[in-house]
Design a protein around this ligand. Structure first.
Ligand code: ZN
Length: 118
């Protein structure tokens, strides 16, 4: 399981509207006037058709906070403790183990991206 992209985006102050299976919102990374940001909850992915950026929860945090992969993971873990739980969801574990050494973290990061890019 992963941290919900939907919650991360909502927590960033982006108002989301349902559009079929997706959610649309205004991208905070460019001057967006027509809701170019698409969230796909089923895949836990986001994509902006304006900036051509996208990815999963870690990519969102890296872009949103301007931090490294590892720092983004730490922020996600910290944020998971205070994330809104509107539908009685349980807290989700971070996508990688934070007590892992650098080498192990790198391996997990590679697996994470391989999994996502399938
Ligand atoms: Zn954008």
């Amino acid at each position: 399981m992963q941290v919900s992209v939907e919650h991360l985006v909502a927590a960033s102050g982006v108002e989301l509207k349902a559009a079929g299976k997706d959610l649309l919102g205004r991208c905070p990374f460019h001057d967006d006037r027509e809701a170019s940001l698409v969230i796909t909850p089923a895949k836990n992915l986001w994509h902006c058709f304006g900036c051509q950026l996208g990815g999963g929860p870690i990519d969102w945090m890296m872009k949103r906070e301007g931090v490294s992969f590892r720092h983004a993971v730490e922020l996600l873990r910290a944020g998971a403790l205070s994330a809104p739980r509107s539908r009685g969801e349980r807290l989700l574990p971070a996508p990688v183990a934070l007590d892992a050494g650098d080498r192990a973290l790198l391996d997990q990061a590679i697996r994470y991206y391989q999994e996502r890019l399938k």
